[in-house]
Design a protein around this ligand. Structure first.
Ligand SMILES: Nc1ncnc2c1ncn2[C@@H]1O[C@H](COP(=O)(O)OP(=O)(O)OP(=O)(O)O)[C@@H](O)[C@H]1O
Ligand SMILES: [Mg+2]
Length: 448
């Protein structure tokens, strides 16, 4: 703005004005100049304020524009004063169209009654997470979670309310899908537990069947022997009853090897009883699995247990492979002798199988002795040895290299479990001179 020029002395020379008049005139001009100066300053300040206001307005617009939540600002009567673009987009109507309309009309009819009370409610309270349904541009109801708070002017007077809402339709859909997925997962888990139970039951049955196999074949073998003995005795007695003379009797006794038969009768009956006892024990153990008692651990001598196990393998399978025993007399250990018997039957059976499958001669040696605070036993054979890569798998259930029907792959798995339960270790390795060696150690007990 251009400033007025100060009047010069020649300009002020008016022949009609007195000196006082001239002085008053100068004063008026000066005042006018001062006022003009003030006006200019006020205009500058106003322009600055205006530009600050415009900046604030742009800032608010940008904030409102980037809000994904819905915003409705109302007066005390619930008439819309302002909305944000997110709401305009959802309801499909421009802010100018919504201006001064009642906010509750944006919502589904069943919710309107409740919303109509909001202007009253917010006088004393606020509304939090209230679930209502907005009518969208297509006329569908969109569930929203809404908050409502009162709005005051700079003098603290209530001038309306601010509603913010979040569309929970997506959230609800996601929740429903999650819930469904969770249910399906639970169902699958339930099925898995069931099939795992069935698999455990299958393993248990297979394990018991595996362990029953040896005593049963041992019993079979003994019963066949007893039947043959019975036939020979019958023939001998009948001949005597028919009045055979002494010479005839002696000849027949020699032919039928009655002396050896009578000597063998006791051990065979003893073994048969032992086999029956083992079957009984296994059934007892099976009962133990189903919650019954399994008896308490006892201190026993491992030496006779190994000896009997070796006899079982040799007699039961009718094997021709020799099993040499080198056992210390007293090998006290604590636990269950029946289970240890099972371990040695499994290990010796494996060794015998390996040797008989292997073309060539050889046998099995079982050594057991006390070493330090332990009882150490090893089962060595002259078989083909173990495949080095597969040694880590040996103790896993169902690992077998035997043809179907000849091995379940449970022998070493069961043995490992039993030895571990007895506080011992079981390891497999190849011998430098060929063949395999299974080494077992158990804590030594004080006395038998
Ligand atoms: N002394 C051994 N020499 C060579 N291989 C052995 C020996 N002992 C075990 N194995 C190998 O380990 C595998 C697993 O043995 P394990 O006793 O667990 O099952 P299995 O003998 O095959 O079957 P099952 O014991 O049910 O009759 C055997 O198939 C065999 O390949
Ligand atoms: Mg085996």
């Amino acid at each position: 703005m251009a400033r007025r020029k100060e009047p010069t002395a020649s300009e002020n020379q008016d022949p009609g004005l007195s000196a006082e008049g001239e002085q008053a005139w100068v004063e008026v001009v000066r005042k006018m100049d001062e006022t003009y100066e003030e006006l200019v300053q006020q205009q500058v300040a106003l322009e600055e304020k205006n530009s600050a206001l415009e900046e604030a307005q742009r800032f608010i617009e940008s904030v409102l524009g980037s809000m994904s939540d819905l915003l409705i600002v109302c007066d005390v009567a619930g008439r819309i004063k302002r909305v944000n673009p997110a709401l305009e987009e959802l309801v499909g109507r421009a802010a100018t169209f919504l201006q001064d309309t009642e906010f509750h009309r944006l919502f589904a009819e069943p919710d309107q009654e409740r919303l109509r009370t909001f202007p009253q409610v917010i006088r004393n309270d606020s509304v939090t997470d209230c679930e209502v349904r907005l009518v969208d541009a297509a006329g569908h109801w969109q569930p929203v979670a809404m908050n409502c708070t009162s709005r005051y002017d700079h003098r603290g007077r209530l001038v309306g309310m601010v509603l913010t809402a979040r569309n929970v339709g997506e959230l609800r859909r996601a929740y429903t899908e999650l819930d469904q997925a969770h249910r399906e997962l639970q169902e699958t888990q339930h099925q898995l537990v069931q099939s795992e139970k069935m698999a455990s039951l299958g393993r248990l049955i297979a394990g018991v069947a595996h362990e029953l196999n040896n005593p049963i074949s041992f019993l079979y073998g003994n019963v066949h022997v007893l039947r043959r003995y019975a036939g020979r005795l019958e023939r001998y007695i009948r001949t005597l009853e028919e009045g055979a003379d002494e010479e005839e009797r002696l000849r027949l006794r020699e032919e039928l090897r009655i002396g050896e038969l009578l000597e063998d009768l006791d051990p065979v009956l003893e073994g048969t009883l032992e086999g029956a006892q083992r079957v009984g024990d296994l059934v007892g153990e099976l009962k133990g699995y189903s919650g019954g008692r399994r008896g308490s651990p006892e201190t026993f001598n491992l030496s006779p247990v190994i000896r009997t196990a070796s006899q079982w393998v040799q007699k039961g399978a009718g094997s021709i492979v020799s099993v040499d025993l080198d056992l210390a007399e007293e090998l006290p250990v604590r636990g269950y002798s029946g289970q240890m018997h099972q371990v040695f039957v499994n290990l010796i059976q494996n060794a015998v199988d390996a040797v008989s499958e292997h073309r060539g001669s050889g046998g099995v040696t079982v050594v057991a002795a006390r070493t330090g605070g332990e009882v150490r036993a090893s089962i060595r054979d002259d078989g083909p040895g173990l495949e080095p890569d597969r040694i880590p798998e040996l103790f896993e259930p169902f690992f077998t290299t035997k043809p179907p029907g000849q091995g379940t792959g449970l022998g070493l798995y069961i043995a490992y479990g039993i030895v571990s339960e007895h506080g011992g270790t079981l390891q497999a390795a190849n011998r430098p001179e060929g063949g395999a060696e299974l080494s077992l150690s158990l804590p030594l007990e004080g006395a038998v």
